[in-house]
Design a protein around this ligand. Structure first.
Ligand SMILES: Cc1cc2nc3c(=O)[nH]c(=O)nc-3n(C[C@H](O)[C@H](O)[C@H](O)COP(=O)(O)OP(=O)(O)OC[C@H]3O[C@@H](n4cnc5c(N)ncnc54)[C@H](O)[C@@H]3O)c2cc1C
Length: 370
C-alpha cells in the first residue's frame, strides 16, 4: 500500500505508541501519522517485558524530571472513565554505607534498619552490613504496561493514525524534500521520521544516513517466583542500592530481577537460566522471602546512551529525522513526557517551557556526537 503522511514513527513500543497518541491528541486528528512496527503485535520487545514501576527518585536528574511529569499525567483520570493505568506503589532502596548514600536524592526519606524491617519483615534475616537502612520513595507508582500500551494504540487509531504491523522498515531515500520509506509491503512517504526502534535505533537511523549514537542494548532479566508466604498487599518494592537486585509483590508470589546489564546485539532476548537460579539462591540466603520455585522468566534489552540519559531531538546532520531512543530502564517512567517533548519538536520546532532547558539540552542527540 502507498501511504503519505506528515510523521512516520518507527517502532511500536511504549515510546512510539506514546508519541503516536500524543500527536493524535494534539492535532485533534491522527490523520497524517503512520506508525510502522516490525512485529505482528505492539510492545513485543522491551515494552512487553518491564517491571512496570515508575520511580520519581530513580535515574539521573533529567530522567527524574521527566518521570515526575509522566507520573502526574498517568495518575490523572483517563478518558471515558477507562480503567486506571497507574496507582501508588511505594519503593524502598535498601543497602549500607556509600552505596546507599549515593542513592539519596530529593524526594526520598531516610530510614534506619528498624524502619526498613517494619516495612519489609523478610529482611530481618539480612545482616546489618547488607541492610543498614533504606531510602523510601512514597511518590512511586505501578503501571499496567499492557493497558497503557493499549490505551495509546486505541487513542492514536481512534483519531485516524495508521498503525502498520509486520511492517519492518528496511530502506529509505530522500525524494523531493521528504522520505520515501519501505515498511514491509508498504511504501510510506513522510515529511518527518521518528526513530523509536529501541535496541535497533542506531541501525534504523543508519538507513536514513544518520551516524550511530553508540546506543548499547543491555540485557536484563525478570522472573515471577513462588513464595512460601505471600507478601502483604501494601508491601513496597525493594531495590538493592547500586542496582544489585530487586523484588516486589506479584499476587501470591513475587517479581524478582538480578538487575544485570549485559551488552547484547539487538535481538529477541532470552533469559539465562543460571542468572535466575543464582538470584533465587542469593535472595533465599539474604532474606526470609522463602522462594520455592520459578514460574516463568523473561529478558528484555534496556538500550542506553553512554551518559545514561535518553535521547529526544533532531539528528544534527540528517534533515527530517528525530531520535526518540535510549530510554534504558526508564522507558515507562518517562514515556508521557518524552512523547510530549518529541511532539513539541515535530509540531512547534522546540520543546515548550514545561520542560527545563537543562533537560532539553540533556536529551539532545548532538551531545553524543563529540
Ligand atoms: C526486565 C526489565 C525491567 C524494566 N522495568 C522497567 C520499569 O519498571 N520502569 C520503566 O520505566 N522501564 C523499565 N524497563 C525499561 C523499559 O521497558 C524500556 O525503557 C522501554 O520498554 C523501551 O521502550 P521502546 O519503545 O523504546 O523500545 P521497545 O519496546 O523495544 O520498542 C521498539 C520497537 O521497535 C521495533 N522495531 C525495531 N526495528 C524496527 C524496524 N526496522 N521497523 C519497524 N519497527 C522496528 C521493535 O520491534 C520494537 O517493537 C525495564 C526493562 C527490562 C528489560
Amino acid at each position: 500500500m502507498d501511504l503519505d503522511c506528515d510523521v512516520l514513527v518507527i517502532g511500536g513500543g511504549i515510546a512510539g505508541l506514546s508519541l503516536a497518541s500524543e500527536l493524535a491528541r494534539r492535532r485533534g486528528t491522527g490523520a497524517g501519522v503512520v506508525l510502522a512496527e516490525a512485529e505482528p503485535r505492539p510492545a513485543h520487545h522491551t515494552s512487553g517485558r518491564s517491571a512496570e514501576q515508575l520511580i520519581p527518585s530513580y535515574g539521573p536528574a533529567p530522567v527524574r524530571e521527566l518521570t515526575e511529569l509522566t507520573v502526574a499525567a498517568l495518575l490523572a483520570p483517563g478518558p471515558d472513565a477507562e480503567r486506571p493505568v497507574a496507582w501508588p506503589s511505594t519503593v524502598v532502596v535498601v543497602g549500607a554505607g556509600e552505596a546507599l548514600r549515593a542513592e539519596a536524592v530529593p524526594g526520598t526519606t531516610e530510614l534506619d534498619r528498624e524502619a526498613v524491617l517494619g516495612l519489609c519483615p523478610e529482611l530481618a534475616c539480612a545482616p546489618a552490613a547488607e541492610v543498614e537502612g533504606g531510602l523510601l520513595d512514597t511518590t512511586s507508582v505501578r503501571t499496567d504496561a499492557a493497558a497503557l500500551v493499549e490505551r495509546h494504540r486505541r487513542a492514536a487509531e481512534a483519531a485516524g493514525a495508521r498503525i502498520l504491523l509486520r511492517a519492518p522498515v528496511t530502506a529509505a531515500a530522500r525524494e523531493d524534500g521528504a522520505w520515501a520509506v519501505r515498511a514491509g509491503t508498504h511504501r510510506v512517504r513522510a515529511r518527518q521520521v521518528v526513530v523509536a526502534a529501541g535496541a535497533w535505533a542506531d541501525a534504523v537511523a543508519g538507513l536514513f544516513g544518520a551516524v550511530p549514537l553508540g546506543l548499547v542494548p543491555l540485557r536484563r532479566t525478570a522472573a515471577l517466583v513462588r513464595l512460601a508466604r505471600p507478601l502483604a498487599a501494601d508491601h513496597p518494592m525493594v531495590v538493592a542500592a547500586g542496582d544489585a537486585w530487586y523484588y516486589r509483590r506479584a499476587g501470591a508470589g513475587a517479581l524478582v530481577s538480578p538487575a544485570e546489564a549485559v551488552p547484547s546485539e539487538p535481538c529477541d532476548a532470552r533469559p539465562v537460566a543460571a542468572d535466575v537460579d543464582a538470584l533465587v539462591a542469593r535472595l533465599n540466603e539474604l532474606t526470609c522471602l522463602g522462594i520455592t520455585g520459578v514460574e516463568r522468566a523473561w529478558t528484555g534489552l534496556r538500550t542506553e546512551a553512554a551518559d545514561g540519559v535518553p535521547v529526544c531531538g533532531p539528528d544534527p546532520e540528517v534533515p527530517g529525522l528525530l531520535w526518540l531512543a535510549g530510554q534504558s530502564g526508564y522507558g515507562f517512567q518517562t514515556s508521557t513526557a518524552m512523547a510530549r517533548a518529541a511532539a513539541d519538536l515535530l509540531l512547534e520546532g522546540a520543546v515548550g517551557p514545561w520542560c527545563t532547558p537543562a533537560t532539553v539540552a540533556a536529551l539532545d542527540p548532538a551531545r553524543l556526537r563529540g
